[in-house]
Design a protein around this ligand. Sequence first.
Ligand code: ACO
Length: 361
Amino acid sequence: MSDGLEDVVAADTVLSEVDGQAGRLIIRGRSLDELAGRTTYEQVTHLLWDGFFDNLPADLAPALAAARVEVFAEVSALDTGLLDRTPIEGMRALTARLADGDDLKVALRLVAAPAVFTAAVVRAQAGEAPVKPDLALSHAADTLRMLRGKPATHAEVEALDTYLVTVSDHGLNASTFAARVIASTRAGLTSAVLGGISALKGPLHGGAPGPIIDMLDAIGQPENARAWIEEALDRGDRLMGFGHRVYRVRDPRADALKAAVRKLTEGSNAMPGRLAFAEAVENAALAILKERKPERSLQTNVEFYTALLLEALAYPPSAFTCVFATGRVSGWIAHAREQLAGGRLIRPQSRYVGPMPRRAA
Ligand code: ACO
């Protein structure tokens, strides 16, 4: 047995490969460089789902827009009880209202759900009415418009598309594994996606980027970085946005997202100096992690520049994990379909290390 199942291969997949030594991510035969910033979220969803659904339309945009309109009906179930929860708990609760099933219609509604419900929850928490989806817009454009109540710029839509594509799939990460286990019981795609959302929200997985903003805000100035980081590590804290189970070199998604932040913020008045400050904190963190853990290569992961990008797109940090789910949902569904096609129930063994019953005297 390997602690945390490290290095255990638990599935064959045609969907994505994470090469932790080379720092390379391949999604269905394409490198991340070929996809990020060059494809829309609808296109990467098509790439992931190709061969896993009958009658998959060549252009998913109209069907996905229609699915956004369909799931919007559930927003009326957003009550004050849910508004007291974190956005991911509110979004998950609304997603749980969707019917289970395994067909394309269910799948498209599940892709629509995090975008529509996150916008509605964030707006309701700010005392604002939900904004209906727009059939004419791309998924990224409508995701931002529903959040803000006004259209996003072309550059912002492009940046969100880059993010959603970058995080759409990533091998057998914890949330994808959870989704595959659930799919293997034939519980249905909604159940698999709810399992994926639940696994994603933990701080060791998709819950890291919100606290990264807290860390940057607490550090405040580049010259405070070393002392702040040393203190955090002395307390036994982990630095959010660093380290990875598979990557022993820099996570290629970190660079894709850093480039997207640069493109979005350069030449605009948005967050002047923020990227340079984040880079200074990143460099300090990497140097200190190297000093303290020379035996384990701890590098920047996807979450560090996710935080910067979603901040530049004016998402509240409390909703960052919801945006991650908005991108990863297509990957969870593709893995669930692949698991179902393979057909076997995932049911490993555990080794009993507890006491044995006492013999009768
Ligand atoms: N900060 C400080 N120390 C760290 C960090 C970190 N970010 N990451 C790992 N370490 C330390 C561990 O404490 C451990 O030390 P020990 O041997 O003294 O116990 C050592 O490095 C090895 O780490 P592991 O626990 O083996 O790493 P693991 O593969 O289990 O964890 C993980 C990977 C969860 C991502 C970890 O690096 C971490 O907690 N990072 C911070 C949270 C984070 O950024 N999460 C997002 C990950 S990306 C994603 O899921 C989308």
